[in-house]
Design a protein around this ligand. Structure first.
Ligand SMILES: NC(=O)c1ccc[n+]([C@@H]2O[C@H](COP(=O)([O-])OP(=O)(O)OC[C@H]3O[C@@H](n4cnc5c(N)ncnc54)[C@H](OP(=O)(O)O)[C@@H]3O)[C@@H](O)[C@H]2O)c1
Length: 346
């Protein structure tokens, strides 16, 4: 049985998914959290321990690559937050291209078909990324990135920059999703976070967490690959998802971004905050004065959304991620984080 306040969250075990589940439970929603392996305690314990979980949370097994796999979890729901994506494949070799594309594309279409079948879903909120917007010919002809832009897939294939397969997959999937939504009368809004930083409740790290903590943990900045990018606090991202679900006037694509990533400034701040960690402050081959083209969240703010963490420095967001990591590392130093971290050094 579902109900007016029953929603489904895909990718609920991940960084953003688990934080979103936490916020939804706090707001009194009944949450159906879909995960690939509900029996894997390492991947679901942090969800089961959330406030209100015993009465308002249920776990549902679902896999993006399986057509119809989300039917049961979505049937009876008023809302669906589609957060899951094979993000971990970003760091794989070129061979992962087909898998990341087909899983991302087939996943969203399968979920949309589940929404059509259910007939109870009032809105689908799909977690896209600023990556479907920001890959533009250089130098970009714009002073800020806005929702009317689409990333140039040909440029991705041409330059094969870091994360290119992910950008291609998310762009193709989002375009197909808009086509399906239009043809089948699905009320969908897309949320486009930039690099997501801030505390995490997962017992392991993921790619963006690794980027935020890499200067602290290894002294090697995987974040430097993202110098000049934009960033946003995980709390703002999750609150924006809920805001866009609840606001009847929400329509279309919404960038959710509030900060710029300048690796030199971040490293300088972190070196002062953690003087015993030997954090490097010089990065060969990077331009300290590189201009950051911001991702504009004007459309989201014009709708009435307020960022709670906008006034902080980007380094504050990294510090929050690092402190989250330190809390967990002190409890369980041999956790999955160790292997996740060693693979993130770049
Ligand atoms: N983090 C960022 O900086 C960022 C920025 C912009 C947009 N996003 C978007 O936000 C979403 C969540 O990202 P995240 O950072 O939270 O990533 P994450 O921590 O890696 O979580 C990804 C989630 O997707 C699930 N998943 C992966 N492959 C799946 C499959 N084949 N079938 C079913 N579930 C699958 C994972 O489930 P398991 O637990 O079973 O592995 C996990 O729960 C993604 O759509 C991503 O594109 C993230």
């Amino acid at each position: 049985m579902g109900g007016e306040r029953t929603v489904s969250v895909t990718g609920a075990s991940g960084y953003i998914g688990s934080f979103l589940v936490k916020r939804l439970l706090q707001r009194g929603y009944h949450v159906r959290a879909t995960v690939r392996d509900p029996g894997n305690q390492k991947k679901v314990k942090h969800l089961l321990e959330l406030a209100n979980a015993s009465t308002h949370l249920s776990l549902w097994k679902a896999e993006l690559a399986e057509e119809g796999g989300y039917d049961d979890a979505i049937q009876g729901c008023q809302g669906v937050f589609h957060v899951a994506a094979p993000v971990e494949l970003i760091n794989q070799s070129q061979d992962g291209e087909e898998e990341i594309e087909s899983t991302t594309l087939n996943g969203i279409l399968s979920i949309m078909r589940s929404c059509s079948k259910a007939k109870t879903v009032k809105r689908l909120v799909y977690t896209s990324t600023t990556g479907t917007i920001t890959v533009q010919p250089q130098p970009p002809a714009v002073s800020e990135f806005t929702e009317d832009l689409w990333s140039d897939i040909d440029l991705c294939y041409q330059h094969k920059m870091y994360g290119w397969m992910y950008v291609v997959a998310k762009t193709i999937a989002e375009k197909a999703a808009w086509k399906y939504a239009e043809e089948n009368g699905i009320d969908m809004v897309t949320v486009h976070p930039s690099l997501v930083l801030g505390p995490f409740i997962t017992p392991y790290t993921n790619i963006s967490i690794d980027a935020a903590i890499s200067l602290y943990t290894t002294g090697i900045a995987s974040l430097k690959k993202l110098n000049g990018f934009s960033a946003v606090h995980v709390d703002d991202v999750c609150n924006a998802h809920i805001y866009l679900f609840e606001n009847p006037l929400a329509k279309g694509r919404y960038i959710c971004s509030s900060h710029g990533v300048n690796i030199f400034e971040i490293a300088h701040s972190l070196s002062l905050k953690y003087p015993d960690r030997n954090i490097p402050t010089q990065f060969e081959g990077l331009d300290e004065a590189q201009k950051i083209i911001p991702c504009s969240s004007k459309k989201l703010m014009d709708l009435g959304f307020e960022f709670a963490h906008k006034k902080k420095d980007t380094s504050d967001l990294c510090v929050e991620t690092i402190e989250s990591y330190r809390e967990r590392a002190s409890c369980d130093p041999k956790s999955m984080m160790v292997s996740a971290l060693s693979s993130s050094q770049a």
